[in-house]
Design a protein around this ligand. Structure first.
Ligand code: FES
Length: 202
């Protein structure tokens, strides 16, 4: 049997009251303490870092994803090789992709529909076998090479990629024509425009 301990200076009733009072842990007192300057700055720094990392991650995802979907201007257009005109035949216009698909003896080219003079839309003229601009009369070969007129350069080109069972061939930095022998798919990248050579240049 244990004997109750009586604290000197307090009555038994007072001691009973103390025992029934809620116990406040030392740690709890610390939790309700207002944060000091150092802690405040630490939290601000942590929040700033979190915002910075979120923005960085968002930017990386934004640049990693293609901006344009396939089949819309700015994106890639997939072409069935069976629909490509024969070599030397009338080029085929793609108004959505804003290019003329021209099949020359050197291969396929995707020529921008916009005249390099002041931006009019030129046309293919069967009678002359060349592109002619109705605005100021600039004329271009079937591969976009400048012939005459006020245009400062040959027609601009879009990058072409020809996929075959053994690999893919792409136009070079100048937007060269690509042969389509054995192609299973042709891709025109309207997000990659290559400026035509200056008028009079090869
Ligand atoms: S816009 Fe084509 S020749 Fe001027």
């Amino acid at each position: 049997m244990t004997t109750p301990t009586v604290t000197k200076g307090k009555s038994a009733a007072a001691q009973t009251k103390d025992a029934s009072a809620p116990v406040v842990a030392a740690g709890s007192e610390a939790a309700v303490k207002p944060i000091n300057r150092r802690e405040f700055l630490y939290y601000i720094w942590g929040a700033s870092m979190a915002v910075f990392l979120a923005q960085t991650a968002g930017a990386i995802i934004w640049f990693a994803l293609p901006r344009f979907r396939e089949g819309e201007f700015g994106g890639v257009f997939s072409i069935d090789p069976a629909t490509v005109p024969a070599v030397g035949a009338t080029p085929v216009a793609n108004p959505t992709g804003k290019y003329w698909l021209s099949n020359t003896p050197n291969g396929v080219l995707a020529l921008s529909m916009v005249c390099t003079h002041l931006g009019c839309l030129f046309k293919w003229v069967d009678a002359t076998g060349r592109f002619e601009c109705p605005c100021h009369g600039s004329k271009f070969e079937e591969d976009g090479t400048f012939i005459e007129g006020p245009a400062p350069r040959s027609l601009d080109r879009f990058a072409v990629r020809v996929v075959t069972p053994t690999g893919a061939i792409e136009s070079d930095a100048s937007g060269s024509a690509v042969k389509i022998d054995g192609a299973t798919r042709i891709e025109v990248n309207t997000g990659r425009k290559i400026k035509g050579a200056g008028a009079g240049e090869a």
